[in-house]
Write a protein that binds this ligand. Structure first.
Ligand code: BDR
Ligand code: CA
Length: 310
């Protein structure tokens, strides 16, 4: 049986790879893609999502543009990591497929109300603005969501955009707070997991050997690696967002704990911090499966094999 998913995303090279992995995987039925402002402004994330669908031969995929700014703050973007377009690293033509009609938030609400309850998984790969806005507008959808599997946050690895916060949660902490309070089952792929899934020379070479799409992916990773290599002194960069899709395909590659996660929204110093009770030192009830580790070779093997199918 296939699992129905909606990908909510701000591409971003790693978002793009996540979308390709999902579209290459017969276990998943992508019902549509919702775009959000994050790595780059909404106009570009909406453009990039369509470029990726066309690359995968899926010009039929509904791509809905969503929120162009966080719920209560100014937008913070990450061109210093992802480049001016968000997809720097490969020369690709502008998309010809149009955006689907209707706002992404309406698409999320309508899809969850239309499909049988408990059968649609949301996969947020960027700031949680669309998801939280949908929950605010239509609180009835919370109990219809099968699971929210998101990339965001950190515990031991703490922050990548500030010393305390990971980018997706930092950009829209109010949205993140609403999502973690929603009562929907949640899986979190935080920096603790993604920083164990680093690109390397050998892994990039394997992408290149996987065919035309693999070469484009290697172009993207080659571009955004430069930032993390310099920052962390590592051989490559964490390929964050595809871990969300990989968790759906091969949860056996991951380990984690059911913990309580609260989001800091008030402190200017620690805005967007995911306060994860990893050691169970409070009696706050668990609200998320917080992933701490991944079999990196297993993940890259899966990803490379799937890219070769496109
Ligand atoms: C997250 O932020 C973005 O830059 C990436 O696309 C990923 O979703 C990592 O902190
Ligand atoms: Ca992202």
């Amino acid at each position: 049986m296939t699992r129905k998913i909606i990908i909510d995303t701000d591409p971003g090279q790693d978002d793009a790879v996540a979308i390709l992995l999902a579209l290459a995987s017969p276990e998943l039925e992508v019902l549509g893609i919702a775009t959000v402002a994050g790595n780059v402004p909404l106009e570009l994330t909406s453009r990039n999502a369509r470029i990726v669908c066309e690359l995968a031969g899926r010009a039929d995929m509904p791509v809905h543009a969503g929120c162009d700014r966080p719920m209560a703050r100014d937008l913070v973007t990450a061109e210093h990591v992802h480049g001016k377009t968000g997809l720097d690293g490969a020369e690709l033509p502008d998309p010809t497929m149009p955006l689907a009609e209707g706002h992404a938030v309406d698409f999320i609400v309508e899809t969850l109300r239309r499909e049988e309850a408990g059968t649609v998984t949301l996969c947020p790969l960027g700031p949680l603005t669309n998801i939280a806005t949908a929950l605010e507008r239509a609180p009835d959808i919370a109990e219809r969501i099968e699971r929210i599997v998101l990339m965001g946050g950190a515990y031991f690895e703490v922050g990548n955009v500030t010393p305390a916060a990971e980018f997706n949660i930092y950009v829209d902490p109010e949205a993140a707070r609403a999502v973690f309070a929603s009562g929907a089952p949640i899986t979190v792929l935080p920096l603790d997991a993604t920083h164990k899934a680093l690109t390397t020379r050998a892994r990039n070479a394997a992408f290149r050997a996987a065919g035309r799409i693999g070469e484009i992916v290697a172009g993207w990773t080659g571009f955004f690696e430069r930032f993390d290599k310099e920052k962390y002194g590592s051989e490559g960069a964490p390929l964050h967002d595809p871990l969300v899709i990989a968790w759906l395909l091969r949860p056996d590659l991951f380990t984690g704990r059911e913990v309580n996660v609260e989001i800091e929204v008030d402190s200017p110093l620690t805005r967007g911090m995911t306060v994860a009770d990893w050691w169970g030192v409070t009696d706050r009830p668990a609200n998320a499966l917080f992933v701490g580790d991944v079999d990196a070779d297993g993940f890259f093997g899966l990803l490379t094999e799937r890219l070769s199918r496109l």
